[in-house]
Design a protein around this ligand. Structure first.
Ligand SMILES: NC(=O)c1ncn([C@@H]2O[C@H](COP(=O)(O)O)[C@@H](O)[C@H]2O)c1NC=O
Length: 511
């Protein structure tokens, strides 16, 4: 019996060469309309699927290959005498190679103004059916869903036949591909339906971006995957202009720096370490903002991440190269700035034109052993009805500094306390197991400048000890969520010390 290969591809990349090689190896080719036309135009002989099925392609291509003569030919187990006998009785011939790639559903939904009907029409039915059938029968059928695998398949055929190992790998790839394809469809339809935020079955599609040398630690293997449709402004959309490959920690830490940066509309620079902000400052120029953020904590920024929301110019770049930084990320760079940054060959320079990300429809997820925590992104900053709870009202300047510092503490690991003044961070106390230690760390790190500064706390004060410490240090205003059963003690102490205090009514735990 002649060996037969079924080729039905949307993306015709490499199909001509692959088909020619198959013909050279003695295969008879079967195909659907568009693929057939492409091959015939290249002078390659092809049999149309309708000549096999005796049934025309119909319903605008919705039904082409969905026929027992095709699927029995793919699914029959060659080692099963009964199967083979049935094929003979039914007049069905086996199909030994299936090369199929699918309708471009992802590209379709990415198009501006795409309609639901257009998206639905781009859900491939016959393609996945053939691919899945061929993969189920992987021992007898070579299935190719990725044109990058054509050369490898041909090479092995020339060596005497495609190995079982390769066939199994190709079949596995098919199920990864069809599962990702379907989960993207499910996500899109869910978004169109719009009412159920958390579906019964959460299926996600991620695509491999890069393998990494290692993970959080050198003994952990790791890899970075991006969402099939990453949110604009996310790190997955960044272009790397210089430096070594991004590491696992680089990506996590830069993500944290960007989270903080997105809170600010004015020119701002965020220095970050282990995903916590360590120096944050706003200014009229990016250079000034960088210098202030650096000076806010010249110790921690060493080997850290710097994220800016304005174009990096030569002056800023000159400042940046004075110390060892892991990453600089910004919307753009002047030519000269880039030249200066490139003098540090290991410095990873990332260009991210959109810093503000639209995360309203995206999930924030955290993997735990055996499960996944899924929540909305923390897009809120303050409640509109935040209130002053002390006798003394804060000055306008204090309010400005409190909002500035509140944005920092929102993105500081809990328990977190941040102290700021004049649109610049002073001391940041992240990730403590109790609040007073975080307050003490932030106060100590602020040094002399703490006098007249403001303090922000990501969650309420369980006791009045933080107010006590703040007053002793010379802090004049405090912003915190409120909500403790001992709030009155904190308010009373603040009143005694002349501190103005705002309750935001909203908490910003971050773990
Ligand atoms: N309807 C079917 O029976 C069917 N069989 C194969 N396809 C797809 O049709 C495409 C190729 O079509 P053409 O050769 O006509 O360009 C491939 O992406 C293939 O996955 C089908 N299309 C959609 O379901």
């Amino acid at each position: 019996m002649a060996k037969r290969a079924f080729l039905s591809v949307w993306d015709k990349t490499g199909i001509e060469e692959f088909a020619k090689e198959l013909v050279g190896l003695g295969f008879e080719l079967l195909s659907t309309g568009g693929t057939q036309r492409a091959l015939e135009a290249a002078g390659i002989p092809v049999t149309n699927v309708s000549d096999i099925t005796g049934f025309p392609e119909c319903l605008d291509g919705r039904v082409k290959t969905l026929h027992p003569k095709i699927h029995a030919g793919i699914l029959a187990m060659r080692s099963n005498e009964k199967h083979m006998e049935q094929l003979r009785e039914l007049g069905v011939e086996t199909i030994d190679v299936v090369a199929v790639n699918l309708y471009p559903f992802k590209q379709t939904i990415m198009k501006e103004g795409v309609t639901l009907a257009e998206a639905i029409e781009n859900i491939d039915i016959g393609g996945p059916t053939m691919l899945r059938a061929a993969s189920k029968n992987w021992q007898d059928v070579t299935v190719v869903v990725d044109s990058a695998d054509y050369p490898r398949v041909i090479a092995e055929m020339k060596e005497g036949g495609v190995s079982q190992k390769t066939k199994f790998a190709l079949a596995t790839k098919v199920f990864e591909t069809t599962a990702a394809y379907d989960s993207l469809i499910a996500a899109y339809l869910r978004e169109q339906g719009g009412d159920e935020m958390f579906p019964e079955k959460l299926t996600l599609t991620f695509e491999k971006v890069q393998s990494m040398r290692y993970g959080e630690n050198p003994h952990q293997a790791a890899c970075f995957y991006k969402e099939a449709l990453p949110v604009p402004g996310s790190l997955a959309m960044a272009e790397q202009l210089n430096g070594k490959e991004l590491s696992y920690n680089n990506i996590n830490d830069t993500n944290g720096a960007l989270d903080t940066l997105r809170e600010y509309d004015e020119i701002t620079v965020v220095g970050a370490k282990h995903a916590n902000p360590c120096g944050v400052a706003s200014a009229d120029t990016v250079c000034e903002a960088y210098k202030r953020a650096y000076e806010a904590d010249p110790v921690s920024i060493f080997g850290g991440i710097v994220a800016a929301n304005a174009t990096i110019d030569a002056d800023t770049a000159r400042e940046m190269v004075k110390i060892f930084l892991e990453i600089v990320v910004a919307p753009d760079y002047t030519e000269e700035a880039l030249e200066i940054l490139r003098t540090k060959k290991n410095l990873r320079v990332l260009k991210l034109p959109t810093i503000k990300a639209k995360v309203e429809n995206a999930f924030d997820m955290k993997k735990v052993l055996g499960g996944m925590l899924v929540q909305e992104y923390n897009t809120k900053l303050l409640n509109d009805d935040y209130k002053v709870v002390t006798k003394r009202q804060p000055t306008e300047k204090e309010i400005e500094d409190m909002i500035f510092t509140w944005k920092i503490v929102k993105h500081t690991k809990s328990n977190g306390i941040a102290i700021g003044k004049d649109k610049c961070s002073l001391g940041i106390g992240p990730g403590q197991v109790n609040r007073i230690w975080a307050a003490n760390a932030a106060i100590e790190r602020s040094g002399e400048k703490v006098k007249g500064a403001v303090l922000a706390s990501d969650a309420f004060f369980p006791f009045s000890d933080c107010v006590e410490a703040a007053a002793k240090a010379g802090i004049t205003a405090i912003i915190q969520p409120g909500g403790s059963i001992r709030d009155e003690e904190s308010i009373k102490l603040a009143d005694e010390k002349g501190i103005a205090m705002i309750f935001t009514g909203i908490r910003h735990f971050k773990h």
